[in-house]
Design a protein around this ligand. Structure first.
Ligand SMILES: NC(=O)c1ccc[n+]([C@@H]2O[C@H](COP(=O)([O-])OP(=O)(O)OC[C@H]3O[C@@H](n4cnc5c(N)ncnc54)[C@H](O)[C@@H]3O)[C@@H](O)[C@H]2O)c1
Length: 270
């Protein structure tokens, strides 16, 4: 039996596509911890994915919303408060997509309309989510808002392409909106910078398998799994982390603090 860390808390979880999604694992863990929530994803993803199975298992409603549309976000937050019976305590933004990566555009030949789409979907949508929540006064005091990031926001990873810029925008928005929301509502805003994880978005990056194994060897604890990430998110939604805000939190098994590891030396001297 899981600790009921989120008993009485209500929220919205964006981005559960299939069982491998970080948001899918998060929904399961939040449910186990006693939290109630609405699941949401882009209308097209809802048609293709199997979110209804998850919704049934977690006793959750599904409300479609494209996270780049203010109109759809507005309807999502209004309907979520109605269905859950009041204001929200947590929001997970677990959204990422780059048309340039998807269509294998080299970094020196980016399509700029697609670049703007990458920024809108993967970065600016986080601002749109929070602006909507703030304008509707949808968050309870001491609520917790999280988005998922990746270390390519700080360091170059060639195949991550324009997603690196989107993650920098995302982390910067967490600091700026985190300040604003702390002052107005005592709501905390953070990003979690997660290890490479085998999901639809993750494995869409070219050379992902090799990269996954490199990161695993470069991390003294190994790569953090989607399930580990979900547990961390539960902790960040709970009352035990009330004073953590405006942070980019590394959840990477030690990758970001390692120069080299014995495992990698062994591999390179083979
Ligand atoms: N997988 C990794 O290696 C890894 C590592 C670090 C961070 N992340 C981040 O974790 C988050 C979740 O990704 P994941 O790995 O679970 O993959 P995933 O493919 O399961 O999730 C990405 C989700 O984004 C949704 N999405 C795309 N466009 C949208 C839109 N316009 N509106 C609403 N939703 C939209 C997709 O439908 C999908 O559910 C992303 O932000 C990703 O960048 C992933």
């Amino acid at each position: 039996m899981a600790h009921q860390l989120l008993e009485g808390k209500k929220g919205i979880i964006f981005g559960a596509l299939d069982e491998s999604s970080i948001a899918w694992k998060t929904a399961e863990k939040v449910h186990e911890a006693g939290g109630r929530f609405v699941l949401t994803n882009a209308p097209i993803a809802l048609r293709m994915g199997k979110i209804n199975e998850l919704a049934e298992a977690c006793d959750a409603e599904v409300i479609p919303a494209d996270a780049t549309s203010m109109e759809e976000l507005n309807a999502l937050f209004e309907q979520s408060m109605e269905k859950l019976g009041g204001k929200l305590d947590f929001v997970l933004h677990s959204i990422g997509m780059s048309p340039n990566v998807r269509k294998s555009k080299p970094y020196g030949d980016l399509n700029y309309d697609w670049f703007l789409k990458t920024l809108d979907i993967s970065g600016i949508s986080f601002h749109k989510v929070m602006q909507t929540a703030e304008k509707l006064d949808a968050m309870n005091e001491w609520g917790s808002i999280l988005a998922l990031s990746y270390i390519a926001a700080q360091r170059s990873f060639p195949d991550y392409s324009d997603m690196a810029q989107a993650k920098s925008v995302l982390e910067s928005i967490a600091r700026s909106y985190g300040y604003r929301f702390a002052k107005s509502k005592k709501v905390r805003v953070n990003t979690i910078s997660q290890s490479p994880t085998m999901t639809t978005a993750g494995s869409g990056v070219p050379g992902f398998d090799v990269f996954f194994s490199y990161a695993d060897k470069m991390s003294p604890l190994g790569n953090a799994s989607a399930e580990d990430c979900a547990n961390y998110i539960v902790a960040m939604f709970s009352d035990y982390t009330r004073m953590v805000t405006m942070q980019n939190l590394m959840h990477d098994g030690g990758f970001s603090s390692s120069g080299i590891t014995e495992d990698l030396i062994k591999e390179l001297t083979k």
